[in-house]
Design a binder for this molecule. Structure first.
Ligand code: UGA
Length: 441
């Protein structure tokens, strides 16, 4: 089977490389010639653990071809995966410009029957529009099947998620196309669900919206825990044991970020609004998350008052560990707020410094390692729970900082470990002072 993947972002590149690992030969097309040139030279355009090595292997085995030429990519393809970005419009709706361009290019170049499979996250009804566009543009003897096949890959563990997902969703009204995809994915031994196209599109949005809801819910419970003297780690553990609730996505912190949850929650609110159903619950989830991004600086101000001139070590910049992605990262809000307060910031991240530098330039300083960031700092803010941050010895904060004060936005340390040190430690939903606060009630 000749397979083409459109797009070399997270979804496109991971899909291409993982399909190659399954033994297929894949052509990966992008309109960005610089990205394609870099990939042809064997250098990944995204940071994802394990990806670089797989890229090199599959280029060497000649299973993976990169191109900007739509004729090479589409003319003889049997199966085309669309994995282009659907970024956010200013009003929160999904921008389908890249998707439309891709469909136009496919329709202009296909020469034989083909299955077009959308992996990009698209509003419900989009695949039907793709079908209409293709029908209008291609000769009637060509049989083009349309499938929605949403992805559930997490950045940082995307390769593992491809091979060991919880389910594969194939949304189509075309039984033959569904059978081809079922066969393609069969070796993964993952449960495959065949649904109608619209339901598949909705499964993607509803999954991300539900996970975002879990995070905002636990963050609200954390805020209440601080006030009533409960410990959010114990509470999350306790509720997560209930199988109906589940223990994942119950880590309280300074909120979710990334290229998916913020965008997809807003797009679903817009989608619901367009069919006259205001999605009030999801609007609240988004509101809570926006507030959560401001929490670390609010707590810092509460602890030390004025931040002007204070030396602040910001540990972690990526929206989560194991990625260099800073899209919608809480660190962006934290940095903007700290700049407004005229704080003196030194930031550290194992992977995302270059991306932050392209926005903040030399408004802030950058440290090569955690020790350098903490040296003489008045306070430290932890924004991402990278392993090297969670494993960093607490004694070093005492030794290196001017005043050992940690605002931990990701609850990296246990309170019992903290007790053994002379550190002022403020985390999320685990206020050591809460007991005295409740005593006053
Ligand atoms: C998310 C989904 O988890 C994937 O299933 C989906 O395929 C992907 O979006 C997408 O739509 O493409 P991702 O954005 O890579 O994946 O990252 P997650 O691991 O889901 O984390 C998202 C955010 O939630 C991060 O900022 C993380 O710090 C935060 N989070 C996660 C919490 O604050 N608490 C938690 O308990 C879990």
């Amino acid at each position: 089977m000749r397979i083409t993947v459109v797009g070399t972002g997270y979804v496109g590149l991971i899909t291409s490389i993982c399909l190659c690992e399954m033994g297929h030969t894949v052509t990966n097309i992008d309109i960005d010639d610089k990205r394609i040139a870099q990939l042809k030279n064997g250098r990944s355009v995204i940071y994802e653990p394990g990806l670089q090595q797989l890229l090199e292997n599959n280029l060497k085995e000649r299973r993976l071809l990169f191109t900007i030429d739509p004729r090479i990519a589409y003319a003889q393809a049997d199966l085309i995966f669309i994995a282009v970005g659907t970024p956010e419009n200013p009003d929160g709706t999904a921008n389908l410009e890249y998707l439309q361009e891709a469909v136009y290019a496919i329709a202009s170049h296909i020469e034989k029957d083909v299955i077009i499979c959308t992996k990009s996250t698209v509003p419900v009804g989009t695949n039907e529009k793709i079908a209409e566009m293709i029908k209008d543009m291609t000769p009637s003897h060509l049989n083009v099947s349309i499938v929605s096949n949403p992805e559930f890959l997490r950045e940082g563990s995307a390769i593992n998620d491809f091979f060991h997902g919880d389910r594969i969703v194939i949304g189509t009204e075309d039984e033959k196309a569904a059978a081809v995809l079922q066969e393609l994915y069969a070796p993964l031994k993952t449960e495959i669900m065949v649904t109608d196209t619209r339901s598949a599109e909705m499964i993607k949005y509803a999954s991300n919206a539900f996970l975002a809801t879990k995070i905002s819910f636990i963050n609200e419970i954390a805020a209440i825990c601080e006030k009533v003297g409960a410990d959010i780690s114990q509470v999350a553990n306790g509720i997560g044991k209930d199988k109906r609730i589940g223990s994942s996505f119950l880590k309280a912190g300074i909120g979710y970020g990334g290229s998916c949850f913020p965008k997809d929650t807003k797009a679903l609110v817009q989608l619901a609004g367009h069919v006259d159903h205001p999605f009030e619950l999801l609007e609240a989830v988004i509101g809570v998350n926006n507030r959560q991004h401001t929490l670390a600086v609010a707590k810092a101000k509460e602890a030390v008052g004025e931040l002007a001139g204070k030396r602040i070590a910001l540990l972690g910049l990526a929206f989560k560990p194991n990625t260099d992605d800073i899209r919608e990262a809480p660190s962006l809000t934290i940095l903007k707020m700290l700049m407004e307060e005229n704080a003196d910031v030194i930031a550290f991240d194992p992977a995302a410094v270059l991306n932050i530098q392209s926005i903040f330039g030399n408004e802030i300083q950058y440290a090569e390692n955690i020790n350098e960031a903490l040296k003489d700092a008045d306070l430290a803010i932890i924004a991402t729970e990278w392993d090297q941050i969670t494993q960093f010895p607490l004694v070093q904060y005492e030794e290196l900082m001017k005043t050992p004060l940690i605002i931990d936005g990701r609850n990296c340390y246990s309170l019992s470990d903290i007790e053994r040190h002379s550190i002022t430690y403020i985390s999320v939903g685990r206020s050591p002072h809460a007991q005295s606060a409740i005593a006053r009630v």
